[in-house]
Design a protein around this ligand. Structure first.
Ligand SMILES: NC(=O)c1ccc[n+]([C@@H]2O[C@H](COP(=O)([O-])OP(=O)(O)OC[C@H]3O[C@@H](n4cnc5c(N)ncnc54)[C@H](O)[C@@H]3O)[C@@H](O)[C@H]2O)c1
Length: 330
């Protein structure tokens, strides 16, 4: 059995590729290395370097796999442009990378008779929701081109499933952190963990944006899940789809519990052994006070539950950040 992992040279995709290999599923990766790194692709997976914006390239990958006797039977589609803030300045780029690419992928899958897909969606489809706990029934209301393209990706896949025999689900990630191997770190220049680690590595005070939110300690509350747990959800979903068991169109990969930015900072000081006092800056416009998601539906249907503690997330992320040196620029 061989699955295609698009974006498999990226932070989450390389963890998904590792989890598939560990489950005995062969992996071919498509990645244009726009933000990923060839060195993140695990040994044992084949890297096909190219862009999903090129439909003919995707056809070629499916053809090469079939000719080699390893036809692709399913796809995890993680490739995409993920910076919500930047997407406001570059909407056409974001739509091309996230929507045009997904259309091309679905066309190529149909042509090659590949009929299962697990799609990387995002909490961004909910926007600045007032819901105390986000469930899959919470109204979607994306607030950036990025969030819109993720919702459109879900719709494209669901619509294609009506028209064809496509088996599918979309996994909505919240705050993905940690590393299952020190070789792979989160290289995002915008996420909290790399930002704090970059500050600590530079001997600077990490920043908290706003401490007057209506939360217990005034700082934003988020739902953090270890990337290894996120990767495990993909394996579980793929195995269900391979077995012909239908899944819901979307699942939240949430832990159901929230952690504040100040709590994260306190734990980071304890885990890293670096005492620091965060610098409090004004709140950033558009940052919701609290986003915490229920993962009950994923628990029910794919037997998924996050297994790692916050300290494990921080310790593994810190180890990977130190192994990588200073985080990469965007
Ligand atoms: N990191 C998070 O917390 C988070 C949260 C919600 C959703 N997501 C989604 O998860 C997916 C993976 O995120 P990540 O954090 O690993 O990001 P990442 O940037 O590390 O990985 C994305 C990968 O896709 C590749 N890529 C981008 N456009 C491509 C294209 N047109 N053709 C081929 N390859 C292309 C990049 O080179 C990179 O390796 C993304 O779709 C993102 O939107 C991530």
């Amino acid at each position: 059995m061989t699955w295609l992992v698009t974006g498999g040279a990226g932070y989450i995709g390389s963890h998904v590729a590792r989890a598939f290999l560990a489950a005995g599923i062969d992996v071919v990766v498509i990645d244009d290395l726009s933000s990923g790194q060839a060195g993140f692709v695990p040994a044992g997976a084949t890297l096909e370097q190219g862009t999903l914006v090129d439909r003919g390239f995707i056809d070629g990958v499916f053809e090469r796999q079939a000719a080699a006797g390893h036809p692709v039977t399913g796809v995890v589609h993680l490739a995409g442009y993920k910076y919500a803030g930047v997407s406001v300045q570059r909407p056409l780029h974001t739509y091309t990378q996230n929507v045009t690419a997904t259309v091309n992928l679905l066309e190529a899958m149909q042509a090659a008779d590949v009929s299962a897909i697990v799609f990387s969606s995002s909490a961004a489809v909910y926007g600045n929701t007032p819901a105390e706990f986000v469930t899959e029934q919470t109204a979607t209301s994306p607030e950036s081109p990025y969030g819109e393209t993720k919702l459109i990706g879900e719709w494209l896949i669901a619509d294609q499933a009506v028209a064809t025999a496509l088996r599918h689900t979309s996994l909505r990630y919240f705050n993905v952190v940690g590393s299952a191997t020190p070789e792979v770190s989160d290289t995002s220049p915008h996420n909290l963990f790399p930002l704090v680690f970059r500050a600590l590595q530079a001997g600077q005070a990490p920043k908290i944006f706003g401490d007057t939110y209506p939360t217990p300690d005034g700082t934003c509350v988020r739902d953090y899940v270890h990337v290894a747990d996120v990767a495990a959800a993909h394996v579980a979903a793929a195995q269900k789809l391979e077995a012909g068991i239908p899944l819901e169109p979307a699942y939240n990969l949430g832990s159901g519990s929230g952690v504040s930015v100040r709590e994260i900072m306190t734990s980071m000081a304890a885990v890293t052994g670096i005492a620091f006092t965060p610098e409090v800056l004004p709140a950033r416009p558009g940052d919701p006070a609290r986003i915490v998601a229920s993962g009950e539906r994923a628990a029910r249907d794919i037997g998924w539950a996050p297994a790692h503690t916050l300290d494990e997330m921080i310790a593994s992320a810190w180890e990977a950040a130190r192994a990588a040196g200073s985080p990469q620029p965007a």
